[in-house]
Write a protein that binds this ligand. Structure first.
Ligand code: GLP
Length: 256
């Protein structure tokens, strides 16, 4: 894991945007894995502002609520189209977001995995992290070998996400999420985390044992993971000084 601590979420996002932009320029047929939530909002805004060519890019989103109409303001379909896709020249048929209204969800999930395989796998996956260490919607105790499937949200995630819904609106309990095994097959991951409320989950992910209690900790076993943090999210890392030292002394050829 490469831990990149920046003075602000803006600066941390900037690094992620530069890495993604470079991939899109160098590989016009790249396959991106994308995330939702408040964390990557600025990233998508920056990418839109970079005038990149998305015409050959394929995307797969991590997750979606089950039973929420596609056009609901809180569906991840709406989120992705509003915040990224409608602002770039991506081909609609190259966009893949789990269908939370599929008639046969287990079948949909296994076909989603087939589609990822058919395009040659994901080149770069963008990740956020939940306050309980979840990635995608892989909640604590998720199998570290899991594939795309249905999950039930924990009460904590349910409460965390309720802030996005209206007061009287029901927050879905069930979701479709790419599995941890699916995420582990991507060629590269960039995980973003901002704010003090993420500090515990981040320190467990980076410095704790690999455990399904903090699903993101499995990324310790992935060969290429960049973790872009602001200071508050990095505030519980015991080895923060070492990570800063590594970053400040990167060989020229390794810079972004
Ligand atoms: C949601 C999403 C995750 C996201 C996480 C953090 O539940 N399924 O993909 O990383 O929660 O959300 P936020 O970025 O809003 O803190």
């Amino acid at each position: 894991m490469e831990i990149i601590i920046q003075p602000s979420s803006e600066a941390a996002t900037d690094i992620a945007a530069r890495i993604i932009a470079r991939l899109l320029r160098e590989k016009p047929g790249a396959v991106l894995g994308l995330a939702t939530g408040s964390t990557p909002l600025l990233l998508y805004k920056k990418l839109v502002g970079m005038n990149l060519d998305w015409s050959g890019i394929t995307t797969f989103n991590l997750d979606e609520y089950i039973g929420l109409p596609r056009e609901h303001p809180q569906s991840y379909h709406t989120f992705m189209w509003e915040n990224l896709f409608r602002h770039v020249n991506i081909a609609q048929e190259n966009v893949h977001i789990p269908d939370g209204n599929a008639k046969d969800i287990p079948r949909f999930c296994s076909e989603y995995e087939d589609k990822i395989r058919a395009v040659g796998g994901i080149d770069l996956q963008v990740l956020g992290i939940g306050t309980d260490g979840h990635i995608g919607f892989n909640e604590p105790t998720s199998s570290l070998a899991s594939r795309t499937r249905i999950k039930t949200l924990t009460r904590q995630t349910h409460a965390d996400n309720a802030r996005f819904f209206g007061k009287d609106e029901a927050v879905p309990n069930h979701v479709i999420t790419m599995g941890i095994g699916t995420i582990m097959e991507t060629r590269q991951n960039i995980l973003l985390a901002f704010g003090k409320h993420k500090a515990r989950a981040v320190s467990e992910m980076v410095e704790g044992p690999v455990t399904s209690i903090n699903p993101a900790s499995i990324l310790q076993m992935h060969p290429v993971v960049k973790v872009c943090l602001d200071e508050p999210a990095a505030s519980e890392l015991q080895r923060a000084e070492y990570f800063r030292w590594v970053y400040d002394n990167k060989p020229k050829w390794q810079e972004f």
